[in-house]
Design a protein around this ligand. Structure first.
Ligand code: ZN
Length: 367
């Protein structure tokens, strides 16, 4: 049995609007974190909440998040949805939803806004980051470093999003944490880089990963695409790409991938999903209350199954970076010892309210 494994559970903590929007943005799903937090507490999960701007400007959502982060010793990181994080100087078109496609100055300005808003909401600076749609690029790394971030978790190894609104290509990225340098290739480790990348857990349901990665790319190449060979190959039992996402994959596949990742040298497993999936009818993964219950069932079944595969402990993404890499300075370790978040308003104040009244959120008008 593998031992000394760390398990990260991270949530893209974001608005209800699965379809990108700058108007009529609501954040009712955040209240569902209270239910999830009870599960986390039972399992000892130390979650990482990568939090979007639209959540951080809603006082009721912030109140819930302070509660749940304190309950479980969670970490609040930053999650950039550039399409509705000021300044909104760019055109509202699909390609601009990938942060890397924006001018470097605009990337920096949006990350500054997000960072400042999270500081105001939670009383401390976030040090970990995930790009919305995983749309990180070389200039994003530079912006993150200049805003004081130490950890990124946007890289999805073996995945190419080039065909998705000109997104990033992660093929060739390590499956283990590594360091990044400003303006460098997000897949390329730089020994003394200031930003630690803690990649998401992607791989194949059988090894070796390198073989299946090459095979899959050949099968998906344009001349063969009409044959749907990649899909046929997957159904025939060839290597399938899997991630540790209870939204996309059944528990059995997640456990198989976990075994494969550990066999390929990974010492962290990174489970991730989106908070809108916690409330019926918001994300494509949870249309009904039964779907949400199934998601909860999957999460717990995965933890149970994992206990049979490995000896592990739950950590936040910054704790994982500190545990898995020799860190420069002691900031990530200090992050583990942070005091509880301050709570500033009565818990009952937001009960029954799914959206703060406009006058309570003056900064929203700035968008
Ligand atoms: Zn997102």
């Amino acid at each position: 049995m593998a031992d000394d494994i760390v398990v990260i559970v991270s949530l893209d903590t974001e608005e209800d609007n699965w379809n990108r929007s700058r108007t009529d943005v609501t954040v009712a799903n955040i209240r569902e974190l209270r239910r999830l937090s009870r599960v986390f507490t039972r399992w000892g999960v130390r979650p990482t909440y990568f939090t979007a701007y639209q959540v951080a400007i809603d006082p009721c959502a912030v109140q819930v998040m302070r509660e749940v982060a304190n309950d479980s010793g969670g970490e609040i990181g930053a999650h950039l949805h550039p399409w509705n994080t000021p300044p909104l100087l760019e055109e509202f078109v699909p390609r601009n939803s990938m942060t890397k496609n924006l001018p470097p100055d605009l990337q920096l300005a949006k990350i500054r806004t997000l960072t400042r808003t999270l500081e105001e909401a939670f009383g401390r600076s976030p040090t970990s980051f995930r790009a919305g749609r995983y749309g990180i690029g070389p200039d994003t790394i530079a912006a993150l470093v200049s805003c004081g971030y130490r950890v990124d978790s946007s890289v999805s190894p073996f995945v190419s999003l080039e065909g998705v609104d000109d997104g990033p290509r992660f093929v060739g990225a390590p499956i283990v944490p590594y360091r990044l340098a400003p303006h460098g290739d997000v897949r390329q480790p730089v020994p003394d880089g200031p930003l630690i990348e803690v990649p998401l857990s992607y791989g194949f349901n059988r090894g070796p990963f390198g073989f299946w990665d090459r095979t899959r790319r050949v099968l998906e190449a344009r001349p063969l695409r009409w044959l749907h060979l990649a899909g046929l190959a997957a159904r025939a039992g060839f290597g399938r790409r899997v991630s540790l996402s209870p939204e996309y994959h059944p528990v059995a596949d997640m456990l198989t991938l976990s075994k494969q990742l550990l066999g390929h040298g990974a010492r962290h497993l990174h489970v991730s999903w989106h908070t809108p999936s916690l409330k019926p009818g918001l994300s494509p993964f949870a249309a009904t209350a039964a779907d949400v219950d199934r998601l909860y069932g999957s999460i717990e079944a995965y933890f149970e199954g994992l206990a049979g595969l490995a000896t592990f402990r739950f950590v936040t993404v910054s704790e994982a970076a500190a545990a898995l890499l020799v860190t420069r300075g002691d900031a990530p370790v200090a992050a583990m010892q942070r005091p509880p978040l301050p709570t500033c308003s009565p818990a009952a104040a937001c009960d029954g309210i799914t959206r703060a009244p406009p006058d309570a959120r003056p900064r929203r008008s700035a968008t």
